[in-house]
Design a binder for this molecule. Structure first.
Ligand SMILES: NC(=O)C1=CN([C@@H]2O[C@H](COP(=O)(O)OP(=O)(O)OC[C@H]3O[C@@H](n4cnc5c(N)ncnc54)[C@H](OP(=O)(O)O)[C@@H]3O)[C@@H](O)[C@H]2O)C=CC1
Ligand SMILES: O=C(O)C1=N[C@H](C(=O)O)C[C@H](O)C1
Length: 250
């Protein structure tokens, strides 16, 4: 059986360099290109890449995906910075290339995907819910893509269940003291040397609290998800948002 031809964009970055090693180590894949900033995207077509793993920056990801989709190259995307406008633009490109698949995964680690699922399930049973994400201080953005997605899923679950708005009588003396408001869910971002990628979802009801915590201790935690995405994306045309769609979580 022929090997899947995979390229990595952002190959010299923290997660990109780990992805290069993971693809090289996968028996069913061949690493055909490993590109960093300034390298020519044409290398992707010249090398016959079937799937690109995109791990760059929010400033670069759209141009890279525009190129990939125009050339019918499937993409597995870990880069953050997704807004409704960006997703709409990507869907427009995909409409012109209906056989191309793009997976955007706010988080590739199984523990983080499960955290999101558990938070979504628990959200309706508690009056209060807040998200705290904790990352290394070199992280480009805040709040994290995972925290934003977690808050959106929580908010959606609460809306569907008809939950009342969260109780909060605080008068905020200093802007930011209550974190960022994502769909009505407070999200707090901590940047601390020594950390990698961590998240807590805190839920509170009368006389009890529930904390769901996940810790990525090494970039290796993201690799099984990236490899799974690369294997599945070529047979999943269009946009898939979230690795959970490639997992059997039920
Ligand atoms: N979904 C997930 O599970 C995960 C997602 N991430 C996300 O992945 C992204 C990268 O994170 P991280 O590795 O920590 O960041 P880094 O800054 O370490 O890596 C990004 C790399 O991309 C390079 N780059 C920038 N623009 C381009 C371009 N146009 N073409 C090719 N390479 C480019 C950068 O080069 P230069 O240094 O020269 O700018 C850098 O080497 C972030 O958005 C992060 O949030 C991270 C971990 C897990
Ligand atoms: O930049 C990181 O490191 C990470 N980014 C992703 C995010 O913003 O959610 C995933 C993980 O948290 C690591």
């Amino acid at each position: 059986m022929s090997k899947l031809r995979v390229a990595v964009l952002g190959a010299r970055g923290r997660i990109g360099s780990e992805a290069v090693r993971a693809v090289e180590a996968a028996d069913d894949m061949e690493l055909v290109a490993a590109l960093g900033r300034g390298d020519e995207l044409e290398t992707l077509t010249e090398s016959g890449a079937q799937v690109v793993v995109e791990l760059t920056t929010p400033a670069s990801v759209m141009d890279n995906l525009d190129f990939c989709v125009r050339h019918g190259i499937h993409a597995v995307v870990g880069t953050t910075g997704w807004t409704d406008e960006r997703l709409a633009q990507l869907n427009t490109w995909l409409a012109d290339s209906p056989e191309t698949g793009v997976l955007i995964a706010p988080n590739f680690s199984i523990g983080a995907v499960l955290t999101m699922r558990f938070a979504e399930q628990a959200a309706r049973y508690f009056e209060s819910v807040e998200v705290v994400e904790l990352h290394h201080p070199n992280k480009a953005d805040a709040p994290s893509g995972t925290a934003t997605r977690t808050a959106q899923l929580i908010a959606e679950a609460r809306r569907k269940a008809g939950c009342a708005p969260q109780p909060d009588a605080t008068t905020t003396a200093l802007a930011g003291a209550r974190g960022a408001d994502v769909d009505g869910v407070p999200v707090h971002a901590i940047r601390l040397r020594g950390l990698l990628a961590h998240q807590e979802v805190l839920l509170g009801g009368e006389g009890e609290t529930l904390t769901i915590r996940h810790d990525s201790l090494h970039h290796s935690s993201f690799m099984p998800g990236i490899l799974l995405g690369a294997r599945r994306v070529a047979t999943t045309p269009g946009l898939t948002f979230g690795l959970e769609h490639f997992l059997d979580l039920n």
